[in-house]
Structures are given as C-alpha cells and as structure tokens.
Design a protein around this ligand. Structure first.
Ligand SMILES: [Zn+2]
Length: 349
C-alpha cells in the first residue's frame, strides 16, 4: 500500500522468516507501516528469485542485503525479480538490484513501462491524483504527502530491460512455477503469482491482513476504471482458485484465505452501508459525503486512501441505483438514488 505509509511513523525491525517451502519472507522496514514491506526470496532448482523489490528509502538496499544474508543468500545470487504491481513500495529497488546483479526484471507491461521511466510515470500519477482530488471536492492539502514523495520517486533509476509477461504466462522462480494472474483492484496492475501444485500464491497487496480493508486506489494507469467492482470480482476469483497459502506484500503468510476474503467482503458491505447513510437528497461532493460518513475530516496521512475507499463504495451504490452521480466531470456530486431504500444486494458487498 503506497498511500498508507506515514513517513513520520516508526519503522518496524527487519524480519526474516520461512514463509513456505523454499520461500523466505524478508520484511523491510518502512516508517509508519508496522509490517514493513515484504520481499520474498524463492530458491530451488530454477533461478533464485525475489518477488517484489521493496521501497526506495535510504538504507533499504542495505536492509535487503542484511535480510538476504540472514537467509543464507547474497544479492549477487539473485537472478530474477518478479513484481506484483507498480506501487513504489514494491518496485522501489528493482532497477538498482538489476544494475548490480544483472537479474532479469519480470512484470506486466504497464509495470514494465513504469520501471523503464519511473520519473515520468510517477509525475503523471501525482498530476492525475491532483485532478482526482479536485474533482471530488477534497482540500488540496490531501495531496501534501503524495507531492512530498515525488522527488524520491522521480529519482528512481530507470531499468534498462524488463521482460513483459501477460495474464496466464508462467515464470520459473526457484522451485516454483508461477502462473501470472492479473487481478486488478488495489491497483490496476495487481498480479498474483500462483503455483497451484505447490499450493502457494504471491498476492502483493491484493489481500493482506494488517489494514482493515485493502485500499482500492485509483490510478492514472486506468483513469476511467471502477476499481471496487474489479476488486470484488478479483477477490471472488482468488476464492475460487482455492490456493491454501497466500503470501502478501505486507505482513505474514495468510493460511486462511477464505476466512479473510469473507471478512473483507463483510467489511465492504458495512462500509457501503455507511456511505449510503451519509447520502442525502441534496447533491454533495464525494469529500462532503465523506465528512458525514467519517464524522469529520480524516487525518492527512489517510485522507487520500479514505477518499478512494469512499468513492469505491459510492460507485457500488451507483451500480445498484442506490446512489446517483451528477455534476460534471470536473466536479462530481452524489445524492440518494431512486433505489436507496432497496435491500442490499450481493453487488453491495
Ligand atoms: Zn504495498
């Protein structure tokens, strides 16, 4: 989750632990994220592989070296780095690792584009976020932290070569054969990497335990997307996969995926009900609706994430005719829809 980190918060210590046979979880410290961010080391018959590449923070590469050493490996051992999505806390060290080791970077095409030119990509993302916040009536300071992160992101080295994969492609990683599954929602590039025979899947930020809800964030990579609907469909697909062990981008392995998915669907339903309760017959901006739903303005650290979450709920309500969107493309307004009192359907989950 790139939007949830609080740069003023404390960083957790480096964690190195076995996550699955042949897989070690290295949790790199990130200020404000109690679980840090995971880099998974995968070893075995095939190429020694990292799944994800941490956040571009001072000292992060040294922390990764220390984590690899604790696992009995070295940075030079790394032959392949596979990325789960384009957020900076997951691709941050990818180009630096590739430059030092010659490791092959592997990612979906839109993630590859960000890796090749991170400055341009993140500049566009911040510009998109500015328009997004204005469109939904939020105060400009909501973007303060997003803007503050831009110089760091713009300074990321560009990757000279990236191997592009598509949904359904298979990537060898240590002793695993990982099938890429495009499951957008948290971000438009979310990629699950699944070895069904081994019963394990790397899921990035598609599902993780720490946050009460996986934030469904918008992106310039998919400006017209309705991420909440996509996310609920993606969760459904993951449930149907039936893979028993999920390795997330933040926090420890998830050994009870069905229970966690059920928990998340319930939380979405409750949040959507709160969003509905905050709507009136008078059209109001997304932010104004939020002030009712949240009972006051959220702290700046969470404002962008909360706005995205509320928008996700409102779009689900709109799909059911329980909310109605008006205003213009530059100033979106919401009010109660003709079916506002209809019972909550599955789609309201
Ligand atoms: Zn993340």
């Amino acid at each position: 989750m790139s939007a949830g980190a609080d740069p003023g918060g404390e960083a957790a210590p480096l964690v190195v632990e076995d996550a699955a046979p042949g897989v070690v979880r290295i949790a790199l410290p990130v200020p404000g994220l109690p679980d840090g961010v995971n880099v998974h080391l995968v070893r075995g018959d095939g190429p020694t592989t990292l799944v994800d590449a941490g956040m571009p923070l001072p000292g992060a590469l040294e922390a990764l070296r220390a984590g690899l050493a604790a696992a009995g490996a070295a940075l030079d051992d790394v032959q392949r780095v596979v990325l789960t999505h384009h957020h900076a806390d997951h691709i941050g060290l990818a180009a630096a690792i590739a430059a030092r080791t010659g490791a092959e970077l592997v990612a979906l095409a839109p993630v590859a584009a960000v890796l090749r030119d991170p400055g341009t990509a993140f500049g566009r993302e911040v510009a998109w976020a500015g328009g997004h916040v204005a469109r939904h009536g939020a105060p400009d300071e909501v973007l303060e932290r997003t803007r503050a992160s831009l110089p760091v992101l713009a300074a990321l080295p560009a990757a000279s070569a990236v191997t592009e994969i598509a949904d359904g492609d298979v990537v060898a990683a240590g002793g695993l054969r990982l099938t890429a599954r495009h499951r957008p929602g948290h971000s438009p590039t979310d990629t699950l990497l699944t070895d069904a025979a081994a019963g394990v899947a790397f899921v990035g930020d598609h599902l993780f335990r720490a946050a009460p809800l996986t934030p469904v964030l918008g992106s310039m990579l998919a400006p017209g997307a309705r991420p909440a609907r996509a996310y609920l469909d993606a969760l459904d697909a993951t449930l149907h996969d039936g893979v028993p062990l999920l390795l997330p981008g933040h926090g420890p392995p998830i050994a009870d995926p069905a229970a966690l998915v059920a928990d998340r669907l319930g939380a979405y339903r409750r949040r959507t009900e709160r969003a509905l309760a905050a709507l009136t017959d008078a059209p109001a901006s997304t932010w104004q609706v939020g002030l009712g739903a949240w009972r006051g303005a959220p702290g700046r650290a969470l404002a962008l994430t909360r706005l995205a979450a509320l928008l996700a709920s409102l779009e689900l309500l709109e799909d059911e005719g329980r909310a109605v969107r008006s205003g213009t493309d530059d100033a979106v307004l919401w009010a109660r829809g003709p079916r506002a009192d209809a019972p909550l359907g599955d789609a309201g989950a």
